[in-house]
Design a binder for this molecule. Structure first.
Ligand code: KG4
Ligand code: ZN
Length: 337
């Protein structure tokens, strides 16, 4: 079975083809990061227009890279939410039209389900169910117990900002461009995290929720209070910020695994690309008898391979028979089954 996946929920237009027994046979991602960087964040209207501009040609290119045409596609999987409404509608309308013209079933995929199953695209694959997933992106920070496809229990989540948002906002304080996560990570390599004392919000609270807005404010005050905020001080503050975010994520993820008696942890979403977080998790998980599974770097941030793969799993299960769905910018993971 060959599934063509389409992703357009935010600032990445992506298309990929997943084939059962083979894996990803062709894929492409067109990033809008440079277009939005000058605004310091994603502008929804601009995002929709950019998706519209590139999606048709990107799809034709991926079909041709896979040496096939629509006649050899068995299903189309498209991100239907959550995300920016206008951006989602571009992908959904295009998928629906292509499905109609070529007589191919179209299936809506939840963007976060795509992230959840992304480690299944790497050679070591997904762990056996149940596993815990730490989903950390620009819009979400979730700890989810996964008992199977569509069986999700949210164990913990942020009560304010997402971890990625904290990286992005701290980056602004440091004068770094959007998206801030990779920029902070890069600058942190020449910094000394011990030069700044930053809080670890809610780290010792007896639940699995997160809070990052206080940390963002603390970074702002640390910068303001620094007598000479030179290049080295900026690198030190970048390192301290990264360390604080990674510490909280790691501690809560381990506690959640222990509480749910789970021995496999999957990390996913854009922030899962962070090397410090990956290393901390790998080191600490061994102490707790937890095995960590991470997607390939390219499958941490938004892509269509994860949408094609999650779609493949659902097509295999026969989920494409329903036609009463639409783009839903606030689609909840818990509403899936
Ligand atoms: O999953 P994603 O590509 O898009 C959303 O669905 O939000 O995540 C984007 C987020 C941004 O906040 C970005 O700063 C962060 O992931 N990010 C990182 C790294 N790469 C991307 N954060 C920390 N370290 C990174 N290496
Ligand atoms: Zn995402």
């Amino acid at each position: 079975m060959r599934i063509l996946g389409i992703e357009s929920s935010c600032d990445e237009t992506a298309v990929a083809i997943y084939e059962g027994g083979k894996g990803i046979v062709a894929e492409s991602v067109a990033s809008q990061i440079e277009t939005h960087a000058k605004f310091g964040g994603v502008v929804p209207e601009v995002a929709s227009r950019e998706h519209l501009k590139v999606l048709p040609a990107l799809t034709q290119q991926v079909l041709s890279d896979a040496d096939c045409d629509w006649s050899s596609i068995d299903g189309i999987a498209v991100t239907a939410g959550p995300g920016l409404m206008g951006a989602l509608l571009v992908g959904v309308s295009y998928a629906r039209s292509a499905g109609l013209v070529n007589d191919i079933p179209v299936l809506p995929v939840h963007h976060m389900e795509g992230h959840l199953f992304a480690p299944g695209l790497s050679p070591e694959g997904l762990p056996a169910f149940p596993f815990m997933s730490l989903l950390v992106s620009g819009g979400h920070t979730l700890l989810i117990r996964v008992d199977g496809l569509g069986q999700y229990k949210v164990v913990g989540q942020t009560i304010d900002d997402a971890a990625g948002e904290c990286f992005d906002k701290a980056a602004r304080v440091l004068g770094l461009p959007y998206p801030g996560g990779p920029e902070i990570a890069e600058l942190a390599t020449s910094g000394d995290a011990t030069q700044f004392k930053l809080p670890r919000p809610m780290m010792h609270k007896p639940n699995f929720n997160f809070s990052f807005s206080g940390l963002k404010t603390a970074v702002m005050y640390a910068a303001k209070g620094c007598e000479d905020f030179n290049a080295q001080a900026k690198a030190d503050l970048a390192a301290a910020t990264e360390e604080a975010i990674a510490d909280v994520l790691m501690k809560k993820a381990m506690k959640a695994c222990q509480a749910e008696d789970i021995s496999s942890l999957v990390i996913a979403g854009g922030v899962a690309a962070n090397k410090t977080l990956r290393e901390k998790l790998k080191q600490d998980s061994a102490k707790h008898g937890v095995q960590v599974f991470v997607p390939d770097l390219a499958y941490c941030t938004d892509n269509a391979a994860m949408i094609a793969y999650a779609g493949f799993l659902r097509f295999q299960r026969g989920d494409h028979i329903h036609d009463d769905w639409d783009a839903n910018p606030r689609w909840k993971l818990e509403d899936l089954s």
